[in-house]
Design a protein around this ligand. Structure first.
Ligand SMILES: Nc1nc2c(c(=O)[nH]1)N=C([C@H](O)[C@H](O)COP(=O)(O)OP(=O)(O)OP(=O)(O)O)CN2
Length: 136
């Protein structure tokens, strides 16, 4: 079993906001990230797949093809967007890094070749905050 990682990035705006709560409750839980405080992040996305390399190519998968899938299915939909308003697969969700990582997993898995498996979605919201999701 080998693990192959491709790094992509996107810039996006969001706020942390639960529409079922009052403004005060959103302020209390999400602080500076809530209510009128739209703000942006430079997200760094690490996608790791796993499997066995093909004996003829030495590749688990052509990493350029993996990059194209990530760009088409994920980063083109997120880059320079408002995560709360503009992204079909985030509608109705709270745009935390955790929720975003899980949603990215769900976006990617149906589009990977049969011989590879998604192992990890690692998403940096800032250089000091990141989430890892392993699909369970
Ligand atoms: N569990 C989570 N907690 C927080 C999340 C999250 O997605 N999951 N997100 C945020 C905010 O989006 C916030 O904007 C984080 O940015 P920032 O405060 O700038 O982050 P840093 O800690 O890296 O910056 P410092 O300058 O070191 O404060 C908050 N919580």
């Amino acid at each position: 079993m080998v693990y192959l990682t491709r790094v992509e990035h996107f810039n996006a705006a969001h706020k942390l906001y639960n529409p079922n709560w009052t403004k005060e409750r959103n302020d209390e839980i999400f602080g500076l990230c809530a209510n009128e405080n739209w703000h942006g992040h430079n997200f760094e996305l690490y996608i790791t797949i796993k499997g066995s390399p093909d004996p003829d190519t030495g590749f688990l998968m052509d990493v350029k093809k993996l990059s194209s899938i990530i760009i088409e299915r994920v980063t083109d939909k997120l880059d320079h967007k408002n995560l709360n308003l503009d992204v079909d697969f985030l509608q109705g969700k709270i745009c935390s890094t955790e929720v975003l990582a899980i949603a990215i997993w769900q976006q990617l898995t149906p589009h990977l070749p049969n011989n590879v498996h998604l192992h990890r979605v690692k998403l940096y919201e800032t250089p000091r905050i990141f989430v890892e999701y392993f699909g369970e």
